[in-house]
Design a binder for this molecule. Structure first.
Ligand code: ATP
Ligand code: MG
Length: 555
């Protein structure tokens, strides 16, 4: 069934349409400008897919640019992981990766140009004095006593700053704008500072570094970016962005547009917070499957398609809002439901012995790979006298409406036969260790048996060919519906956020599963082979998502 959907354009598309119509730009260029100081998370995916999506939609160009103007926190490790994440999401940035630090020469020249125009000056106030002179939201600032230095003096002082003649913090270059501006960002903001630090790209070439608000518009302009899309916290910085591109007289100045960040309700999203969890050892690194860094989501088994669908559903707007994690879960189920085979896996095994099945006999049964997608074909599973079933599928004394196995009850073993429980054994602690059944050969699945009906169907694994595995189940890292932090500031960690099932038994077709492969485990959810800990002879699976959903599309 084809559905006709009228999708209205979001506000950024409307701006671009208008710009193209008016001829402000002829070709659209967007960029994703991460600072290489941490791993990317689901919020960054929004920015990546938005920028890349617009470039595609308007047949333009999308740049990946590392905003590496701050030498203190940046690491090559992060450059590599960010690049891998952007690629994984399918955001094609072409053949070039851009680095803001490659433009340091042009930024220096731009600063000199401002000085020559009388629009920038070297200031000797201390950081504390600068703060004091800046004024407050309700009071205007005061002019720096160094504001009226001559162009010549400024040029030579700025050059001396570059040549390493001053200590860190002793001098800065400031834009000369308006100390009485109602927007504090316009009160002669610092545009260059002295910092004797080694930079990961430029080494020791520079001991002065540009500030973000000065550097970013220059980076955009150099690359011919048309729409510089960022998040709302930069809205108050836009007048400064516009001032920089205007004063530097770029012929086709880029335009800054802000949108609301993506937030997930009750999920730790911020880069800083994820970093704390990692550094405090509360998780197994940046790619711990309980996190929402992109490397963690990938390791957990989320697909780029599921993340794209999530971004489509969450929309683009200027209004701050939070999205539900349940919606992300819905998206991965939607993506995998037609793609993954439904296989049998027992997470908490208990032996089931079929007393009247011939010892030593092994049968091959053909089962569908995915009942919703016949294109995925069929496979065979083996069936023999000893099987495993999940502990929760048997009860000694069942409550009403329990249709699974209990003494005297008959159930269908999925794709195989009807079995009736005739006996069970327990150990000294009262744990059930073995279930005995009889089977009815006439009830073979697919044989056209039209006799009695059973209410319960359970999954099982043949013990003679079972593959051993470890399976990890996850819940939210912080406790649901409680504050993310305790009163003393410590994290409110959910003690059940990770459950490790060590002795799982999987059907034989799991043998040879490769890192990243995903499957539906019948009745348990979707699982993926862990890319870090799984080995060929010791498989480890992560539960991506269970089958139960608390999210309804259109909610
Ligand atoms: P965090 O907020 O997690 O500390 P950041 O904004 O400091 O991240 P950057 O490397 O500066 O990280 O971000 C790169 C780009 O990603 C920026 O354009 C930023 O606005 C965008 N971005 C960051 N977080 C989100 C989010 N939650 N939703 C949408 N875009 C985001
Ligand atoms: Mg940032």
């Amino acid at each position: 069934m084809e559905e006709q959907e009228v999708v209205s354009k979001h506000f950024i598309e409307q701006i671009i349409d208008k710009d193209l119509e008016e001829g402000a730009y002829t070709k659209i260029v967007t960029r994703f400008p991460p600072e290489p100081n941490g791993y990317l998370h689901i919020g960054h995916a929004k920015s990546i897919l938005l920028n890349y999506g617009l470039a595609q939609e308007y047949h333009g160009t999308f740049n990946l640019r590392f905003d590496d103007t701050n030498p203190t926190k940046e690491k090559t490790e992060f450059v590599d992981s960010i690049t891998a994440d952007v690629k994984w999401l399918g955001a094609d940035y072409g053949d070039t990766i851009y680095y803001a630090s490659n433009y340091f020469d042009q930024m220096y020249e731009a600063a000199v140009k401002l000085i020559k125009k009388g629009k920038a000056y070297v200031c000797d106030l201390t950081p504390d004095e600068i703060r004091e002179y800046r004024g407050t939201l309700t009071e205007p600032g005061k002019n720096s006593p160094y504001r009226d230095r001559s162009v010549e003096e400024n040029l030579s002082l700025f050059e001396a700053m570059k040549n390493g003649e001053y200590e860190d913090g002793s001098k800065v270059l400031r834009a000369k704008i308006d100390m009485a501006s109602p927007n504090i960002n316009m009160r002669d903001p610092i545009i260059y500072r002295v910092a004797h630090m080694t930079h990961h790209n430029t080494g020791d070439k520079w001991c002065i570094y540009p500030m973000y608000d000065f550097a970013h518009p220059i980076e955009d302009a150099i690359e011919g970016v048309t729409h510089s899309i960022c998040t709302l916290e930069f809205e108050d910085h836009r007048p400064l962005y516009d001032w920089v591109v205007r004063e530097l007289e770029y012929p086709h100045p880029p335009k800054q547009i802000e949108f609301a960040k993506l937030y997930l309700k009750n999920v730790v999203t911020g880069k800083r917070y994820i970093k704390q969890l990692v550094e405090e050892g509360l998780v197994d690194g940046w790619d711990d499957p309980r996190l929402v860094s992109l490397s963690a989501l990938r390791r957990r088994g989320f697909t780029p398609e599921s993340i794209k669908l999530f971004m489509q559903l969450s929309g683009v707007s200027k209004a701050q809002s939070t999205s539900d994690y349940a919606m992300l879960e819905y998206c991965i189920r939607e993506d995998l439901k037609m793609k993954d085979n439904r296989m049998m896996a027992v997470l908490d095994p208990i032996k089931l012995i079929i007393d009247n099945y011939p010892e030593g006999q092994v049968e091959e049964l053909e089962v569908e790979n995915n009942p919703e997608n016949p294109e995925l074909g069929t496979r065979t599973v083996t069936f023999s006298r000893e099987l495993y079933i999940d502990r929760e599928d048997f009860m000694e004394e069942p409550p009403k409406k329990y249709f699974r196995l209990y003494p005297g009850n008959e159930v269908r073993l999925k794709g195989a036969y009807f079995v009736t429980c005739v006996d069970y054994k327990k150990d000294a602690d009262g744990n059930v260790t073995e279930i005995h059944c009889t089977y009815d050969p006439a009830t073979k699945s697919g044989s056209g048996f039209e006799g009695r009906k059973v209410k319960g169907t359970i999954h099982w694994v043949d013990a003679s060919t079972a593959v051993d595995a470890e399976v990890r189940l996850y819940e939210n890292i912080v406790k649901d519906d409680e504050p993310v932090r305790n009163e003393d500031g410590s994290w409110n960690i959910n003690p059940n956020s990770l459950t490790v099932c060590k002795n799982c038994k999987l059907e034989k077709n799991f043998a040879g599963a490769k890192p990243g492969d995903s499957f539906q485990f019948m009745r348990h959810g979707y699982f993926c082979v862990d890319s870090k800990d799984s080995k060929e002879d010791a498989l480890v699976f992560n539960r991506i998502v269970s089958l139960k959903s608390s999210y309804k599309p259109g909610q």
